[in-house]
Design a protein around this ligand. Structure first.
Ligand code: FES
Length: 222
């Protein structure tokens, strides 16, 4: 099971992040995002702004980024909403990190389809590389989190690492992905077997003439 989220609010965190400010580029992006919503509905921008803040902190700390509580409060204030409403959003979505993470946030799906298709092997590959659930490796590279379904069950088992999904994993292919990231390489995202997106393994099995061209089947229907 995924762990419950905590919202740390120590004096150190408040001192470090209490004066959070957008970069000039992100300041412009904030205006664009808020401008998408009708007047009086700017609170609808909470998710994209939390995401933008997490990415800004990620760029600043060379990690995947996280959301210190003073940053959440700054955004809530900017949007004219009670901080509790912003906390609710930040704690609901696993895309928001509420504690510092490493350069790569390895989120392993452990929900039933992935579990039945081998998520234990994927986790084992992580453990063999020194990753531990809920913590960051000493070199700051990897944080391991077990999460619930990430919506790619057709290609189970899978993990999300930062913005990429890695799918159809085995112990060996997960090991290869982690090795490549540790070496500074960019392993191919998506299925780790011969499969196009979420098509059947080995190619389409239904309406196969449609795979290469827009074949018109209507003449063969009686
Ligand atoms: S169960 Fe793992 S992606 Fe849905």
């Amino acid at each position: 099971m995924a762990e419950a989220k905590r919202l740390p609010a120590t004096p150190e965190i408040r001192e470090r992040w209490g004066n959070f400010a957008w970069t000039p580029a992100n300041e412009k992006q904030v205006a664009v995002v808020i401008g998408r919503y009708p007047p009086g509905r700017q609170q609808s921008a909470i998710i994209p702004l939390l995401d933008l803040a997490q990415r800004q902190i990620g760029a600043e700390t060379n990690t995947q980024g996280w959301l210190p509580i003073p940053v959440i409060e700054t955004i809530a204030h900017q949007l004219g909403m009670p901080p509790i409403r912003a906390y609710e959003v930040a704690t609901f979505y696993t895309m928001f990190n509420l504690a510092p993470v490493g350069r790569f946030h390895v989120q392993v799906c452990g929900t039933t389809p992935c579990m039945l298709r081998g998520s234990d092997d994927v986790l084992e590959a992580c453990y063999k590389k020194g990753l531990k659930k809920g913590s960051t490796t000493d070199d700051g590279l990897f944080t391991l989190t077990e999460v619930e379904c990430l919506g790619a069950c057709a290609n189970a088992p899978m993990v999300q690492i930062n913005d990429d999904n890695f799918e159809d994993l085995t112990f060996d292919s997960m090991t290869a992905v982690l090795d490549a990231l540790a070496k500074g390489e960019s392993p191919k995202a998506g299925p780790q077997i011969e499969r196009q997106t979420s098509c059947p393994e080995g190619g389409p099995t239904s309406l196969p003439e449609m795979a290469g061209a827009n074949h018109d089947y209507r003449g063969s229907w009686s």
